[in-house]
Design a binder for this molecule. Structure first.
Ligand code: PCP
Length: 380
C-alpha cells in the first residue's frame, strides 16, 4: 500500500522540494541563523496533532512551545513556535504543518458537531471517507474534539478506547430479512452492546420501527440512515417514528440518525434525535490552514508582510475565553493565563500530550461557550 512510512517521515522525506533547495543554498553559503518560527492561522478552531509533532521533532536540537491539545485557538494567535538553527528543522515544516492542519480540522468539526448537538450524543462514523492508515489519527482528533464515541475498530488497539457501532444494511440484506437480522444480532452480539436496529432497508422507517417493536424483546434504539433519494422531509419521518414508538410504550427507545449529516441537520433535529452518527462532516473535515513563519532571526524581529514580528505568548481570560497576544519578553497582562507551554527543549520531549486530557479541555471550553451563549460565533 502506498504510505510514506514513519522512518521516512522522521527523516523529513515527506517535505516540499523547495526546502531541499533551501537547505542546499544555505549550506553552500554557510548560512544557518538561529530563528523563531511561529504557527498561526486566520481561523478559530480546536488544536490537535501535537502528540505526533512531538514524535516528529524529538531529537532535533530545537525548542518547541505549544498550546495544549484541545485548546481553542483564535485567528492570528500563535498555537506553537519552534526556536533553533533554521537548517535543523527547515524541511520538517511540511510534515509538522500536515500533522496539525489535518488533526485540528477534524477536531474542530467534531467540536462544532458536539456543541450543536447539546446534550445529545455524537459518534464519529466517517473514517471510511479517508485513507485507512489515518483511521486512528482521525478518531483521536474527533475524540479530542468531543465526540462521544468512534466507530473505527482500530481505536481499540491504537487509542485504548472502545469503538462503537450499530449494524450495516449488508447484515440485513445478507440475512434476507430485517427481523432475522435483528434477532440474530440480539442473540449473538455481546450483551453490553446497545441493541440499535437499522430500520430503513426495504420498507418505510416507520413500518420497520414498528416491526422491530413487535418482534424484539430488547430494543434500545432504532437507526435511520435514510438515503437522500427517500429523505424528503427527514424531520417528519423521525417525528412519525417517535410517535409510533411512543404509542406502543417504547418511549425509552432512542432514535439514531446517520447519512450525510450536516451541522444544520444536527441543529434542526437535536430536539428529536438521541444520537447523531456523523461521517463526512467530521472525518472529511477541511484542514485548518496553519502557516509557519519566521518572526525572529538572531534575536531581531522579522516578519513577512501580513505577519507580526517577534516571539509571542498568548494570554487567556478563562472566564470570558478572551485572549491577548504579547511579546514573549513583555510583562504578562493581569488576570490572564499563558497558553503556550514548553514541550521540547533541545530535542528532549519534556511532556507528552494525552488524548483524554485534551478532550477534557475541549469539553471544558465548550461549557464556557455554552455558559456565555457564544454559540453563533462557533456554529455559523
Ligand atoms: C453510511 C454508514 C456510515 C455513515 C452513513 C457515514 O450509511 O452508515 O456510518 O456517514 P456520512 O454519510 O455522513 O459520511 P451507508 O452508506 O448506507 O452504509 P451502511 O449500510 O453500512 O449503514
Amino acid at each position: 500500500m502506498l504510505i510514506v512510512n514513519e522512518e521516512d517521515i522522521k527523516k523529513g522525506i515527506a517535505t516540499d522540494k523547495y526546502f531541499i533547495w533551501t537547505e542546499k543554498v544555505l549550506k553552500e553559503k554557510g548560512v544557518n541563523p538561529w530563528v523563531v518560527a511561529e504557527i498561526t492561522t486566520s481561523k478559530w478552531g480546536v488544536f490537535a496533532g501535537l502528540g505526533d509533532v512531538l514524535q516528529l521533532v524529538e531529537g532535533l536540537p530545537v525548542n518547541l512551545y505549544s498550546m495544549p491539545e484541545g485548546s481553542l485557538f483564535f485567528p492570528n494567535e500563535p498555537v506553537m513556535f519552534i526556536e533553533g538553527r533554521y537548517l535543523d528543522f527547515a524541511r520538517f515544516e511540511t510534515p509538522l504543518l500536515g500533522l496539525i492542519c489535518h488533526a485540528s480540522g477534524v477536531a474542530t468539526q467534531a467540536f462544532r458537531a458536539k456543541l450543536a448537538a447539546g446534550s445529545k450524543k455524537v459518534l464519529s462514523f466517517g473514517t471510511r471517507r479517508q485513507h485507512p492508515a489515518l483511521s486512528a489519527t482521525i478518531e483521536r482528533a474527533a475524540y479530542i474534539g468531543g465526540v462521544d464515541g468512534v466507530s473505527n475498530y482500530s481505536a481499540e488497539k491504537y487509542l485504548g478506547i472502545q469503538s462503537v457501532g450499530t449494524m450495516p444494511h449488508a447484515l440485513i440484506i445478507s440475512m434476507g430479512s430485517q427481523i432475522e437480522a435483528w434477532k440474530s444480532f440480539d442473540e449473538i452480539v455481546d450483551a453490553d452492546v446497545p441493541r440499535t436496529y437499522l430500520v430503513d432497508t426495504y420498507y418505510d422507517e416507520k413500518t420497520e420501527a414498528i416491526l422491530a417493536c413487535e418482534n424484539l424483546e430488547r430494543i434500545d434504539a432504532v437507526r435511520l440512515d435514510t438515503p437522500s433519494s427517500r429523505r424528503g422531509n427527514f424531520r417528519k419521518i423521525i417525528e412519525e417514528v417517535r410517535w409510533e414508538l411512543d404509542i406502543r410504550g417504547k418511549n425509552n427507545v432512542g432514535i439514531v440518525v446517520s447519512g450525510g449529516l450536516s451541522l444544520d441537520d444536527i441543529i434542526s433535529l437535536r430536539d428529536l434525535v438521541d444520537v447523531f452518527g456523523v461521517g463526512t462532516m467530521i472525518a472529511g473535515a477541511s484542514p485548518i490552514d496553519f502557516a509557519m513563519d519566521i518572526v525572529e532571526r538572531e534575536g531581531s524581529f522579522v516578519a513577512k508582510r501580513g505577519k507580526r514580528g517577534g516571539k509571542k505568548q498568548v494570554y487567556r481570560d478563562w472566564e470570558k475565553l478572551e485572549d491577548e497576544v504579547r511579546l514573549f519578553s513583555d510583562e504578562p497582562p493581569e488576570g490572564k493565563e499563558p497558553l503556550l507551554e514548553k514541550y521540547v527543549e533541545n530535542g528532549k520531549v519534556l511532556k507528552s500530550s494525552g488524548m483524554e486530557e485534551a478532550r477534557e479541555l475541549a469539553l471544558r471550553q465548550m461549557e464556557i461557550i455554552r455558559k456565555n451563549s457564544r454559540f453563533d460565533e462557533f456554529l455559523k
